[in-house]
Design a protein around this ligand. Sequence first.
Ligand code: C2E
Ligand code: MG
Ligand code: MG
Ligand code: MG
Length: 277
Amino acid sequence: KSAGRGVAVEFAPSMERDVLGTQRLALDLAHAIAADELTLQYQPLVCAKGSPIYGLEALLRWQHPERGMIPPMVFIEVAEKTDLIRDLGDWVIRRAFADSRHWPDLVTAINLSPAQLRAPGFVEKVATLAREMNIDPTMFELEVTEMVLIEDVARAAEKLGQLKEIGFTIALDDFGSGYASLAYLSQIPFDRLKIDRSFVEDLRSKSGADGVIRSIVGLGCSMGLSVTAEGVEDAQQHRFLQEAGCTHMQGFLFHRPLTVEAVMTLRSARPQQKLRA
Ligand code: C2E
Ligand code: MG
Ligand code: MG
Ligand code: MG
């Protein structure tokens, strides 16, 4: 009964606390997906120069009825340990496709987790959904992390290649934060690198962070990729990153993640903003 909301739970007494916490969160999450308790917020993606908005990254939000706002890093990890990530991932794609109708002139970026890409029939499922919902894949960017590449580069390359053929743009998210060998970079048809927020953060404190960023930008540019800096919080970082050659940016300096309504309000307040790639 204490589980509430009609959920039956039975735990072995020997289970450890964190396991219990994970199981509980997984049950709550399954319920949340079914009950539509999740939402997407959208963080504007801007061009480095003049910072006009060219796109929006969809970011999952879960307002838990008892625990309050749970960060996506926490519940996505739980979803990945169970099969929930597939339902969750499907939900995100469907919702982002639907929400994008509000901004047909902007790119919508969607995060994919490794388990989604691994699932048989994923590419076909996305292609079918895009057709059914009548969306233009060229206006969508799919973000994957190095985690996608660690298990099976060949398979990831094949699937991402197919998604790209359909018209989707493919971005490598959190670049530099993972443990994958750089060898994959030439095997996967990426269009964009997103420099991990930690490097941008290090600009404030660590000497040498500037050199690392310049090298990443150089690597991306020489491979013909666009380079986005994530987590830009102050004007000094912005200036350095732009000068270093980052073409696109994202961060609290420009905009925080916004509800769909807030995106609409922002855009109606700045009607002069036009798409610039
Ligand atoms: P991410 O894809 O790298 O998304 C960017 C994260 O950085 C977001 O955190 C965003 O709020 C945060 N951020 C952006 N600018 C700044 C800044 O200037 N300063 C700081 N401190 N943070 C900034 P959020 O929304 O908590 O998401 C965390 C991660 O959860 C995402 O990182 C992504 O890996 C994952 N995630 C979120 N939504 C989804 C989803 O729908 N599917 C999957 N598979 N993963 C998702
Ligand atoms: Mg992302
Ligand atoms: Mg990122
Ligand atoms: Mg990140």
